[in-house]
Design a protein around this ligand. Structure first.
Ligand code: FE
Length: 226
């Protein structure tokens, strides 16, 4: 079985948010799909261990914010690699409350939708939420980010779709890649870390002392050369 084949399935990058008793939280998910139009319903897969899952199950409501292609790794890292159990993620981001009382991310958000939980399916590690859409709209009509773009381009791996651009850089520079042992992010010196102001071509050894993993915030010592 070649599990890489699963990468061929397109999916987006979403922040699913919920709340209960004034406590809000959100997390990045990519397994979201509209499953019916009459009524408009989506299915979203959320890890059972997450605080957000608990909040959805308590409140019966959630929102989905569709991230745009320019969303920085810091924003993705905030909702993707940090737990909200002992840290209030929502203090770090602009949001507003939707009509269902749940937060909608208002940074790098193409569109959002609000949903009411109709049913849940236990899928082992995850809960599949069937939600009826009660509200949705565009916030800004930018291009949505796909999971493939995040993985291959934002994560510094060689992108499938921009071969010429990166081929040119790799000819003139030594391939130098370091993987974050905490979250798996790969620093590739050919690309640098533009979201943190690090120019392409910056060697790992030349990164400023204050540089940390743009996704999870780990320090440089947590990186291993590939
Ligand atoms: Fe990391």
């Amino acid at each position: 079985m070649n599990l890489d084949a699963l990468f061929s399935m397109n999916c987006g990058m979403y922040v699913l948010c919920s709340g209960d008793a004034g406590r809000y939280n959100g997390l990045i998910i990519n397994a979201v799909v509209q499953v019916t139009a009459f009524p408009n319903q989506v299915i979203a897969s959320v890890n059972k261990e997450s605080l957000t899952c608990t909040l959805v199950q308590k409140s019966g409501h959630f929102t989905l914010s569709v991230l745009d292609k320019e969303a920085p790794l810091q924003l993705i890292g905030l909702f993707g690699f940090r737990t909200g159990k002992n840290f209030d993620k929502m203090t770090q981001v602009q949001y507003f409350l939707g009509k269902n009382g749940m937060p909608v991310i208002n940074e790098h958000t193409v569109a959002y939708l609000e949903a009411k939980v109709i049913s849940q399916l236990d899928a082992g590690t995850h809960i599949l939420l069937l939600g009826e859409i009660t509200e949705c709209d565009y916030l800004n009509k930018a291009e949505p980010m796909t999971y493939g773009y995040y993985r291959d381009v934002k994560g510094g791996k060689v992108p499938r779709t921009a071969a010429t651009y990166h081929e040119e850089s790799s000819k003139t520079m030594e391939l130098e890649r370091y993987r974050c042992s905490v979250c798996g992010y790969i620093y590739d010196s050919r690309f640098g870390d533009p979201d943190s102001g690090i120019a392409s071509g910056t060697r790992f050894a030349d990164l400023p002392e204050t540089w940390t993993c743009p996704v999870c915030g780990a320090t440089r010592e947590k990186f291993q050369r590939l």
